[in-house]
Design a protein around this ligand. Sequence first.
Ligand code: FNR
Length: 365
Amino acid sequence: DSQIQQGQLGDVQFDPSLDQNPDSQRKNDHIRLALAQQQAPKRNAFDDVRFLHHSLCAVDQASVSTATQVCGQDWPLPFYINAMTGGSAQAGSINAQLATAAALTGLAMATGSQHAALRRPELEPTFTTVRDHNPNGFVFANVGPTVSPEQAVRAVKMLAASALQIHINPVQEAVMTEGDRDYGSWPERIRAIAAAVPVPVVVKEVGFGLSRPTIELLATLGVNTVDISGRGGTDFAVIENERRVDRAYWYMDNWGLSTVLALLGASQPLPVQGVELLASGGVRSPLDVVKALALGAQAVGVSGHFLATLTAGGVEGLVDEINDWARQVRALMSLLGARTVADLRRSDLLVTGSTAEEANLLGVD
Ligand code: FNR
């Protein structure tokens, strides 16, 4: 890690006067409230999944490849920095630092929703800093299904993005005082955006999980990759409820499908035809990464945990964490006798607890 100099990496300051608008203030609220949720890492459905241990099935660590393919491109590592931020001075600095860590480790990364920059061009630099600090890496642009196809194309061009994430977040919008209330046009808008943009499209949730029927519907809309982003980590119902003066939706925590249940639903009895699966939501450790891969994900997204790591230890801290995770994913794959990510899917998994109960109700096991 000799390229790392003391504390200066990715150190970009943006003018705090950028933040005199409600979009930027919301972005800062999200960062603050998401970090608060990381202070007490939760138990989640990954804890209901265990690998059956076989003492003689391990393979040499040197024979393991952690490489994967996503959206038709090769990634050296099967995890990525998932969508978070952009659109305020603080968000811009975070993006610059995340991008620096991504460039130093070869990790793919996403920006947060670019709607703020589409509405207010002066906020664009808080997103384009991601490309400036990582000129050759895999970068996801990010919009919601409310933008026009032209705006989606602009978001992709803004970052010279490798692919576009479209976030679908009806729970978050419903709990937000200022959220969208019209969801009926989302499927057709997703179809139009997917047809218009010149790069692959990934439709993602934001921590409430994609059900199998939702994934099947997305496949008919021309979407070939989904990120099931399930329950278990950052909870946007809680975040948006805390942003409300009246805390009216106090009962909404725990809404949604867990990441594990959504993965089970998407891959059993057979994977949804023609859809590449990514997973995220509540990934806390290299073991959670390997469990999600074994459950059918091509790659695994991490938001809240990497944001907390960056906040605590700066770019160096995040680079060390990513490199540790890369080494530990390799170690775990070797223990499980998996030379490739695809081999992991043949692991023997034990699913217990409420996840087993819910899977049973869904008719998957
Ligand atoms: C997010 N997430 C998110 N997703 C998205 O598609 N567009 C966005 O703008 C944001 N914004 C955002 C801000 C912050 C501060 C966090 C922590 C997260 C959701 C994110 O991509 C992911 O789906 C969830 O956070 C679940 O993953 P974790 O955090 O449990 O790893």
